[in-house]
Design a protein around this ligand. Structure first.
Ligand code: TNX
Length: 541
């Protein structure tokens, strides 16, 4: 190789190999001196810069050989009007780890800046990101698009950028031209705060981790047999008593309405919709235990702290059931800016099919009256549902229940489907036999299993046009701490996020595993207690 012409990363001109070595020595020296401004121009010094390893993979990515941008203490962030929270979110992350001031202004120059602004050329959550020697330019058709682009920008910087404390740098990103937009509108994750309660802070932390992978929907499973987690005016015992325990008999907890609004606000600042779920007619023991009058026999059952499913049922014939649900769904609708209310509908093993159909038929108009669209687990397809409702497909055709049929029934009524197949997308399934947490009733789900499926080719009769998106539910029977959440969600949540974002034709496991591996060092510095799957070539140092 010695003496053969190479391309100077700074000038793009061919030159003898010796000069590359000299330049590399300078670069190495600069690495030891944090915060030295990059010199732009013909003598621009090349720096070691990792190739882009982005998750989810963008629809289009062009790397600019030899081009890079380096953040310095002089870099400014310009967020033009209409940028929403994208600029301040980015500044918050970059300031913590770089220690640079990174002033945020609404207008400014074109060199040594990261500039964010709206452009008519991009649509929806789509964005364009250009990293050149002089600047980083991010454009989108909406603030949400800018926010998604900010996540791409973060991943172009070294892993240390995710550190909560100041690190040395250098903060160099490879030159790229990215043009990107999502495959599906609904890219969600669900957190079960009922089986174990998670605090507002814990939910906010999970929101931030999901946002990094362009997740835009947070489904909160707010009620189940083991706990009712949202305060409802006029029904104080639901939360105070029904929320007082958890699986295993822990102390439980609930969100005040102010807490819930804070979560909704935090999510909205990250362009994430909250979808609140009040499960029924089954999964209702906590509520039935709180008010005797909700029970057909007027007797309140005891609180429940086990993990069985399907034993409880609303009293379908009693008007008070619908008075309660009208109050609950009305108050949630009022506090939830997004278009959806999730009414559950799964595993109603203690409700007759006729009663189940009656129940779904009654809930539709209540949800509509409060100005929302109804979401339910795929079983709701067995009832009468309005066009524009959403069926969340989870139970793959096993045993007596065939989730594919109710999903088709839903589509036949004009509903869309969100794909959450339990044997692919359930974050609470064990990775392998030795996984200390989680369950295995839907199978073991290694990272590759979570990645290699196509939402548009999963259920016969449910095509791409019927699919609203994907969601990864995290059920919490076995999960208590942030470490527990992290271990089950990472790295499988990024799999589902990429399935929801990246065109199917551009996804392969062999490519994904390498990009996923590059997330490991990011999670380590945050820190996120992720599962080091043997299927992924994690960097060793
Ligand atoms: C089934 S999935 C359930 C949940 C459990 C989960 C555990 C679904 C709609 N219902 O009640 O938490 O399995 O994996």
């Amino acid at each position: 190789m010695a003496g053969s012409p190479r391309t100077d990363p700074g000038t793009g001109r061919a030159h003898p190999g010796r000069r590359v070595l000299a330049a590399a020595a300078v670069a190495a020296a600069l690495v030891a001196v944090p915060g030295v401004p990059a010199s732009a121009g013909p003598l621009h010094t090349p720096r070691p810069v990792a190739p882009p390893r982005l998750v989810p993979a963008p629809a289009s990515l062009r790397t600019l050989p030899g081009v890079s941008f380096t953040l310095t203490r002089h870099t400014r962030i310009v967020a033009r009007p209409g940028s929403g929270t994208a600029g301040s979110y980015l500044a918050g992350i970059l300031r913590r780890s770089t220690g640079y001031p990174l002033p945020l202004t609404a207008s400014g120059g074109s060199r040594d800046v990261i500039s964010l602004g709206l452009s008519g050329r991009e649509k929806g959550e789509g964005y364009r990101l250009d990293v050149t020697r002089a600047s980083v330019r991010l454009e989108a058709g909406s603030a949400a698009g800018l926010f998604r682009g900010v996540q791409t920008l973060r991943q172009l910087l070294p892993p240390a950028v995710e550190s909560p404390t100041v690190r040395p740098g250098p903060w160099t990103m490879p030159g790229v031209a990215v043009q990107d937009s999502p495959r599906f509108a609904w890219r969600g994750t669900m957190l079960d705060v009922s089986r174990h309660f998670f605090t507002v802070k814990q939910v906010e932390r999970y929101i931030d981790l999901a946002a990094l992978y362009k997740i835009n929907t947070l489904h909160l499973h707010l009620s189940d047999d083991q706990g009712w987690r949202i305060a409802i005016n006029g029904w104080p015992r639901l939360a105070a008593y029904g929320g007082s325990t958890a699986v295993g008999g822990g102390k439980g907890g609930y969100y005040t309405q102010a807490d819930y609004k804070a979560i909704v606000r935090y999510a909205a600042d990250r362009y994430m919709n909250v979808v609140p779920e009040i499960d029924g007619p089954s999964h209702t023991n906590a509520a039935l235990a709180s008010y005797a009058k909700l029970n057909c026999d007027d007797k309140a059952p005891p609180l429940y702290t086990g993990t069985e499913v399907g034993f409880s049922s609303w009293c379908i014939a009693k008007p008070v059931t619908y008075e309660l649900l009208n109050d609950v769904l009305g108050q949630l609708a009022e506090m939830t800016p997004g278009p959806y209310l999730h009414i559950g509908g799964d595993e109603a093993h203690s409700t007759t099919p006729a009663d189940y159909a009656t129940f779904i038929g009654k809930l539709g108009p209540i949800v509509a009256k409060h100005g929302k669209k109804m979401v339910g687990w795929n079983e709701i397809g067995a009832g009468k549902i309005a066009p524009g409702s959403v069926a969340q497909y989870w139970n793959t055709a096993t045993g007596s229940e065939d989730g594919t049929q109710t999903a088709r029934d839903a589509v036949a009524q004009g509903a869309k489907v969100v794909m959450s197949p339990a044997n692919r997308a359930y974050l609470d399934m064990k990775y392998d036999e030795s996984t200390p947490l989680g369950q295995d009733w839907a199978g073991l789900i290694e990272v590759r299993d979570s990645y290699e499926w196509d939402p548009a080719a999963l259920v016969d009769g449910v095509a791409e046009k019927d699919v609203l998106g994907v969601e990864a539910p995290l059920w919490s029977e076995t999960l208590v701490t942030n470490d527990d959440i992290d271990y089950m969600a990472f790295p499988r949540l990024p799999s589902i996020a990429e399935i929801g974002w990246t065109p199917q034709s551009q996804r392969t496991w062999s490519d994904f595993r390498v990009r996923l591996a590059a997330q490991g060092p990011r999670w380590s510095v945050m820190p996120v207690h992720y599962y080091r799957s043997p299927q992924v070539p994690w960097p060793t140092s």
